[in-house]
Design a protein. Structure first.
Ligand code: SAM
Length: 329
């Protein structure tokens, strides 16, 4: 069978090569071949064509140290290149994380992710020379924000093929061997035993049907003494409880266990972590997650009861956001 160009491109990326003796390379290679098949589905064409059409650039300016992840300047591109870029950016809508600025074009995403980064940054260990995993990295916003701290190796994983195209678009403008993306899911981290110094696990645990198993998988992929940054949707309250919705929560079916902060602390303490510290716990507000021109679907405001925003439209407590730092035992 003749494979598509994108299938071959994905498999050409051997980011794991320097680490073959530390990770389960044979299994990873087999898995990656399977995952490459996802890129041959016709559904990816909607991103593939516009993104691949954007020309490779080098030597343009960038800034990853401010709220907006910025590539190039407006005047760097010809009008034809601007047009191609514009089509690629639009094809990747809705933009969930940001803000980004591509050659003068501001992409105002649904989430103002710099607020999350600003809360996390003071709690990070020194990232210099660290091996880092960003689980559910989405469009790589946080990975770029890590770069000024000079990490050794950053692997962003996200099983959604659309984010592979975000990665390919970003790479058109800024290629840095330290930043890598793979279509892996969190369960695949068992292929990286005791490998990472720092793991970011933000915005995912409440989407897991087996959160404890997931935490144990994370612990297995981390070096003893390594740092986990965990961020989660949760519910208010001091006692260690989880809300388990009957059906939908915030109009979505993928919410399972929504913990209080103390429940999350207990979960971590019983899954291979210690020195667990909650550093933020607050009610999520609509200035942080909202509809924009780049994310036109329903957002937080529409998920809350208009007469009582302390509740979701289903009548459950509105979400809090809990931020935790924990150390792998
Ligand atoms: C709510 S977003 C959070 C994104 C980002 N980590 C943040 O905190 O802003 C959840 C992300 O997890 C990704 N995801 C879904 N299933 C996953 C899995 N099994 N393993 C890793 N990531 C997953 C989604 O594609 C999405 O990008």
């Amino acid at each position: 069978m003749k494979h598509t160009n994108i299938f071959r491109e994905y498999l050409k990326d051997h980011y794991y090569e320097p680490y073959t003796s530390e990770i389960k390379t044979d299994e990873l290679k087999i898995l990656r071949k399977e995952l490459a098949g996802k890129l041959e589905k016709s559904s990816v064409k909607v991103w593939e064509e516009p993104v691949e059409d954007v020309e490779l650039r080098s030597g343009d300016g960038f800034d990853f140290s401010s709220d907006t992840v910025r590539f190039g300047q407006e005047g760097d591109l010809s009008s034809e290149e601007q047009e191609k870029l514009s089509l690629a950016l639009k094809s990747l809508m809705p933009w969930r994380k940001g803000p980004f600025n591509y050659y003068g074009r501001e992409v105002d995403a649904e989430w103002r992710s710099h607020l999350k980064w600003d809360r996390v940054a003071p709690w990070l260990p020194d990232l210099k020379n660290k091996k880092i995993c960003d689980i559910g990295c989405n469009n790589e916003y946080y990975m770029y924000r890590m770069l000024p701290q000079d990490p050794w190796f950053v692997l962003g994983i996200d099983p959604m093929t659309r984010y592979y195209y975000h990665h390919r678009l970003n790479k058109k403008f800024h290629r840095d061997d330290r930043l890598n993306f793979d279509l892996l899911g969190v369960d695949d981290l068992n292929l990286f035993p005791r490998f990472f110094d720092v793991v970011f696990f933000m915005g995912i645990i409440y989407h897991r049907r087996n959160p404890l198993q997931t935490l144990e998988t994370l612990a297995g992929a981390m070096k003893p003494g390594g740092t986990l940054i965990l961020e989660s949707s949760g519910i208010p309250g001091d006692d260690p409880y989880c809300l388990f919705p009957e059906g939908r929560y915030m109009q979505a079916s993928g919410y399972w266990f929504l913990p209080t902060a103390s429940a999350l602390v207990n979960m971590l303490n019983r899954s291979g972590f210690h020195k667990v510290e909650v550093f933020e716990n607050f009610k999520l507000e609509t200035h942080e997650q909202r509809q924009t021109d780049w994310a036109v679907f329903y957002s937080l405001e529409q998920f809350l009861d208009p007469n009582d925003p302390s509740k979701t439209t289903e009548g459950y407590p509105a979400p809090t956001r809990i931020y935790i730092r924990a150390v792998k035992k």
